[in-house]
Design a protein around this ligand. Structure first.
Ligand SMILES: Cc1cc2nc3c(=O)[nH]c(=O)nc-3n(C[C@H](O)[C@H](O)[C@H](O)COP(=O)(O)OP(=O)(O)OC[C@H]3O[C@@H](n4cnc5c(N)ncnc54)[C@H](O)[C@@H]3O)c2cc1C
Length: 469
């Protein structure tokens, strides 16, 4: 009997759960992973980060072929869309990634169980397979990594055909003539961009008076203008109150957020992107007494421990930014803590990327946050119009902004809008993790000609001494 007792059972195989299981196994813990879906990888690999980035990449190339190629002397004629083939390309990318996770779990000798996991008691996880049969597993510790689900709007039912969530928007079988996106957050703008590039007329309705709530205001204002130039239109400070699906076209009622006369907008597809909610259904949390907050998130302490000894939680199911890399880092940290080490996540240095064109990437504090906290700072800004590589590539939209403490020069926030911003933000993450000053970045030799020189120039601009401006 003793050899059936695991040191750790992880419930959920998203980036939080599978990374946690692998790290625990590396540390010598006898580890099992329970997943209810057919494939590993969770939201991120199956219906989130990976398929959306595949479509963003393919649709961006499609658009570039039609616009920028001719300017570079590449004549290919007008590009033709084969949506079925593009979807196949995306599906193959997902398949390769989920198989990669299965391989890694096997390589690290993590036992895997397919079925719905339920915590029957501390130290006991019941797994119910598709055939209805249940088995009970014994364990010393449990990590809840069950992630999140699509948030819904009252009165608007999602059929994943015409009224879709992000999941349905990743598998549409034809390009809608008109798409209405509810919510100007990251996912709405990314998927809205995909379908706009493929030919849809896209209108985005947002309750707040700005897009990308929480991100640096200056970046968002400029970004909205760029998206408008690309053809996306916005209705800010507005709310969707109903979607009538009785006719051939959807009739969407949109009202000012503060109330007032409604207008009706017609659309072929409505994409509901109003956020995500923690997923903890059927897990038995109430029965075992695991505390949740008023938004349904599992409450944890500084060591990812819930109020019930031996039960921990990570990823989208707890508070904090709903990001795959945040979940992964928590997975590593909690495995190390359970193994007796000092696992830790630095929540001040978590990058946030919007994979549109141009990309937006930010880390640390925004100007608004620093002002609200009364922190004196210097801002250094450098536009891509003055960066040699961006100029020659015809990709000059956007800028790099570095915010540094006025007294110590320590970097407090970095905001990049531009080509490849998602890759460039890694430099800022490393610098901030090491407590760098803007001066450190400014004195670091950056290869020429690269877009990263704009980061160095923004750091020089903090001290009002950029060279190329
Ligand atoms: C369209 C879209 C695009 C996104 N793009 C990005 C991006 O570019 N970058 C980024 O950082 N983040 C992105 N995200 C967010 C990212 O996907 C999540 O933050 C991340 O997947 C959270 O990881 P997780 O491990 O906490 O949970 P999840 O990935 O949600 O995984 C949870 C897993 O638990 C399983 N599960 C749930 N309950 C049970 C149970 N009782 N028993 C067994 N298994 C169970 C689920 O089936 C699922 O597989 C995107 C999300 C969406 C929807």
């Amino acid at each position: 009997m003793a050899d059936t007792i695991y040191d750790l059972i992880v419930i959920g195989s998203g980036p939080g759960g599978y990374v946690c299981a692998i790290r625990a196994a590396q540390l010598g813990l006898r580890t099992a992973l329970v997943e209810k879906d057919k494939t590993f990888g969770g939201t991120c690999l199956n219906i989130g980060c990976i398929p959306s980035k595949a479509l963003l990449h393919a649709s961006e190339l499609y658009e570039q072929t039609g616009h920028i190629f001719a300017k570079m002397g590449i004549k290919v004629g007008a590009p033709k869309l084969d949506l079925g083939a593009m979807m196949k390309f995306k599906d193959e990318g997902v398949d390769g990634n989920v198989k990669g996770v299965a391989f890694l779990l096997k390589k690290n000798k993590v036992d895997t169980f397919t079925g719905v996991g339920r915590i029957a008691a501390p130290g006991k996880v019941e797994v119910k397979g598709g055939n209805g049969k249940a088995q009970m597993l014994d364990t010393k510790a449990i990590v809840i990594a069950t992630g999140s689900d699509v948030a819904r709007l009252p009165g608007i039912s999602i059929d994943e055909k015409r009224v879709v969530s992000s999941t349905g928007a990743l598998v549409l079988d034809k390009v809608p003539e008109r798409m209405l996106v509810i919510g100007a957050g990251v996912i709405g703008l990314e998927l809205g961009s995909v379908w706009r590039r493929l030919g849809s007329q896209v209108v985005v309705v947002e309750f707040l008076d700005r897009i990308l709530p929480g991100m640096d205001n200056e970046v968002c204002r400029q970004f909205q203008r760029i998206l408008e130039k690309q053809g996306i239109s916005f209705k800010l400070s507005s709310k969707v109150t109903s979607v009538d699906a009785s006719g051939n076209r959807l009739k969407v009622k949109v009202e000012p957020a503060s109330g007032g006369a409604a207008e009706t907008i017609e659309a072929d597809v409505v994409l509901v992107c109003v956020g995500r909610v923690p997923y903890s259904n059927g897990l038995g949390l109430d029965e075992v007494g695991v505390e949740k907050d008023n938004r349904g998130r599992v409450v944890i302490d500084d060591h990812f421990a819930t109020n019930v000894p031996g039960i921990y939680a990570i990823g989208d199911v707890i508070a904090g930014p709903m990001l795959a890399h945040k979940a992964e880092d928590e997975g590593v940290a909690v495995a190390e803590i359970i193994a007796g080490q000092a696992g830790h996540v630095n929540y001040d240095v978590i990058p946030n990327v919007v994979y549109t064109y141009p990309e937006i990437a930010s880390i640390g504090k925004s100007e608004e946050e620093l002002k609200a906290a009364g922190v004196a700072y210097n801002a250094g800004k450098f536009p891509f119009t003055a960066n040699g590589r961006a100029k020659v590539n015809l990709q000059t939209e956007g800028f790099v902004k570095i915010l540094a403490d006025a007294k110590t020069d320590r970097v407090l926030g970095v905001h990049i809008m531009g080509p490849d911003a998602g890759n460039m933000i890694a430099e800022a993450a490393v610098a901030m993790e090491f407590g760098a000053a803007a001066e450190d970045i400014a004195r670091t030799c950056h290869a020429h000609p690269t877009l990263t020189e704009a980061v160095k120039e923004a750091a020089l601009a903090v001290g009002k001494r950029s060279i190329h401006m």
